[in-house]
Design a protein around this ligand. Structure first.
Ligand code: PEP
Length: 254
């Protein structure tokens, strides 16, 4: 953990919870995290709850709401899509881009990811850009190549003057929702590699300011060890973000 970079704990709720459950969860997180400072608290609920949850946390310092996805288009005849402008107007601050579930189940490619990033930045939203290797790639020793490709193909088009709007999330696909976590050594090793790659694309100074989160079965038990890595600046949390107590324990794990 580096004291100068922003520390962030973000909860990706995915397609879970009804309206009342979402209300109850955010109310509990708000109460239980009041004494936790020095970390950006961030939740990514499903679209229908964004505005309601933003109202609940609006007076909490360092507490933000983001959307799990946005359209690659600005507006118009795209039935069922939600634009970055709409998300921003609902009070959100962030968009998740490149999550492995969207890459795998919705076949999102780099071109679409870049279009979504463009929409997010044009609408004053920050981006958490997710990437990570498949199990087979790690087994074949290809994990660094995969991550380097994913980063280079997208970040080399990311505007340098908007770098303060970028957060990275290393999420090995074999660890997402599987209960199998990267070891603290594996996480730190990859995060250092990611920082080096970002340094090559932008500059060492810029690379040193970008927060890199770990995601993949991070929970209340293992967060402290994972966050102890010099280049691990927090976590993107799926399953464990649906329990207020666990999520707040993770926020307090620095
Ligand atoms: C995620 O979906 O980004 C994630 C990390 O999920 P989980 O914590 O459940 O592995």
């Amino acid at each position: 953990m580096n004291m100068e970079r922003k520390k962030i704990v973000a909860g990706n709720w995915k397609m879970n919870l009804n309206w009342v459950e979402a209300y109850d969860l955010v109310t509990a997180i708000k109460e239980q995290s009041k004494k936790i400072s020095g970390v950006e608290k961030l939740i990514f609920p499903p679209f229908p709850y964004l505005q309601m949850l933003k109202v609940i946390v609006k007076d909490e310092p360092n507490f933000y709401v983001g959307a799990q996805n946005c359209s690659e288009h600005a507006k118009g005849a795209f039935t069922g899509e939600v634009s970055a402008a709409m998300i921003h107007s609902a009070g959100c601050s962030y968009i998740l881009v490149g999550h492995s579930e969207r890459r795998a189940y919705f076949s999102e490619n780099n071109e679409q990811l870049l279009a979504k990033i463009k929409q997010a930045l044009e609408n004053n939203l920050k981006v958490i850009f997710c990437f990570g290797e498949l199990l087979a790639e790690r087994k074949n020793g290809k994990h660094f190549d995969t991550v380097q490709d994913q980063l280079t193909q997208v970040l080399s088009h990311f505007p340098k003057d908007k770098i303060h709007s970028l957060v990275l999330a290393y999420e090995p696909v074999w660890a997402i929702g599987t209960g199998e976590t990267a070891s603290p050594q594996q996480a730190q090793e990859m995060h250092a590699f990611v920082r080096k790659t970002v340094s090559g694309i932008f500059s060492p100074e810029i690379a040193n300011t970008v927060s890199i989160l770990y995601g993949g079965s991070c929970n209340a038990q293992n967060a402290k060890e994972l966050f102890a890595g010099e280049d691990v600046d927090g976590g993107l949390i799926g399953g464990a973000s649906l329990k207020a107590e666990d999520f707040c324990t993770i926020m307090a794990s620095f």
